[in-house]
Design a binder for this molecule. Sequence first.
Ligand code: LMR
Length: 398
Amino acid sequence: MFETLASPKLDGIIALMQAYAEDPRSDKVDLGVGVYRDAKGRTPVMRAVKAAERKILETQDSKSYLSLAGDRAFLDAMTGLLLGEAVAHDRVASVGTPGGTAAVRQICELIRRARPEAVVWVSAQTWPNHMPLIAAAGLEARRYRYLDAASGALDRGGFFADLEQVRQGDVVLVHGCCHNPTGVDPTLQDWAEIAAILDRLGAVPFVDMAYQGFGAGLEADAAGLRLLASRLPEVLVAASCSKNFGLYRERVGLAMAIVPEDRRATLAGTLVGLNRQSFAFPPDHGGRVVSTILGDAALRDLWEGELEEMRQRVAENRRALADALRVETRSDRFGFVAGQQGMFSLLPLSADAVEKLRMDAGIYMLGDGRVNMAGLDAAGISATAQGVAKLLSEGQTL
Ligand code: LMR
């Protein structure tokens, strides 16, 4: 029965992870998958997570099933973290999911159930898994312009003009903060403009929130989402705790629909039904770690401090890479890297240049020039800046 199957092509992130793991060079530099590393190149378990795990180990008295939506304490705590007081929480229907990826998938399934003809609009540059997830749910996707590559800033004109093409009932996928892969986020004024356009056109924003706390801070990073939620009747959210709690392999996420209060129960029931069809009960351990941290003042303080340290380190890496590129290339063409937000930036490198960096210098970045700023250390910063400068001096077209 399997003779018609062809080997699937892995997305660029997963393929790069494999290639990096197989490279025997000891000075190789991993700027691929979005994982935080400290100055020693480690991705440690956060201290707040360890403390919460100890508490759970001592107090948990059952591993029996919970509800299909997952642990209520986790969902409530995350609703607070994401939305603050921006909307009444009785407008919020949510379910736990195995990571942010499954949250995106479940929201796409929800859209297909509600409106199969809806087009999902996605930024021209986006997380490599967005398009496959939308397609797997049987939805049509279209792109809107986002990045002005020349300045490394938001292409406001292109973005807002393309949003005008959106039809009533369409869905617009936006990154809540730390846009992946560009590192370019809308300002609060831009978010107000996005809200006004979508409201006028009757379209629904779908906010992918995977990096809260990595950009401008926990509260500031949620400001766009909160503004949309406070101004629009319907907002969809996929959130991940992989990065801000360092819980990558535990798979902790949630799918959320913010709707008028009288529709909340229907949405909650639909989301629960979708969970039942795909994995039934979401994993519990990571979510319990999150609710334990957020529900305990001392653990929450500890976690916020650790997250802030990570945020500062990523910002420092950005400044250091921009400085090193300025010195090595004797130009300011990469200066935008310093001012962008979150884990990623796109270096304006051709696919050939990226390949050459990998082959010649063991520097691994995604084919479109996406680099993980949170994966850099001092050696990686010099190697990357020197590698890029060498390409330029060889006359390689970037
Ligand atoms: C990334 O973009 O590198 C991360 O979000 C990891 C992933 O799942 O792709």
